[in-house]
Design a protein around this ligand. Structure first.
Ligand SMILES: [Fe+2]
Length: 193
């Protein structure tokens, strides 16, 4: 079960990694239901039984099995991002970029294979919502959503990335209000997505 909550945004950036990776709850905490999350940010969450793909009868690995399944659902490209200090090239630089508020022209779809992490998204009132994803959670973030990413205190996540069209790796840092994907996102936001 995914938890989502509004964060305490009173601290001045840039923050230490330990602060970024903490839960940053308000006092008292202010959670959103998954329905509120969808209506206020456009984000939807699916639960995927990743164990099923791990234990498949043939000898393919989980990533191959998931890629086959993704392609049957219309995704045209998938890959794996292993966010581990010793295994990911330019680890600190990448984490800094992921944490910089940005948007994309395409939906960002991420399934957690191992570990856990936070995706922060701006809601329709410009408040930061923190979404805690764990193994089996698939986050679907619409094109044009202002967002950022950080590891949590466990410092590790392995993500399966799914693309509905040929990957366009560009990010547009905020402000990008005139970006067509943002304009489209805002027109959907006023209708409650
Ligand atoms: Fe992103």
């Amino acid at each position: 079960m995914v938890n989502a909550w509004y964060i305490d945004d009173s601290l001045r950036e840039p923050l230490d990694e330990s602060v970024k990776r903490s839960d940053r709850h308000l006092n008292p905490p202010e959670y959103l239901t998954l329905d509120e999350l969808r209506r206020k940010t456009g984000v939807t969450i699916e639960t995927v039984n990743v164990d099923k793909y791990d234990n498949d009868s043939d000898n393919n690995n989980i990533e191959e099995e998931l890629a086959k399944h993704a392609s049957s659902k219309g995704y045209v490209y998938t890959d794996v991002l292993d966010i581990h200090a010793e295994r990911l090239d330019n680890y600190s630089e990448k984490l800094r970029a992921f944490y910089t508020e940005h948007l994309h022209s395409d939906d960002e779809v991420r399934l957690v294979l191992v570990g856990s992490a936070y995706f922060d998204v701006r809601d329709i009132d410009n408040r930061w919502v923190r979404i805690h994803v764990r193994r089996g959670d698939q986050l679907n973030l619409l094109a044009g959503t202002y967002h950022r990413f950080t590891l949590d205190v466990d410092n590790y996540v392995k993500l399966f990335r799914l693309f509905g069209s040929k990957p366009d790796w560009s990010s547009f840092n905020r402000p990008a209000d005139e970006h067509p994907a943002r304009v489209d996102y805002m027109s959907r936001a006023v209708k409650g997505f």
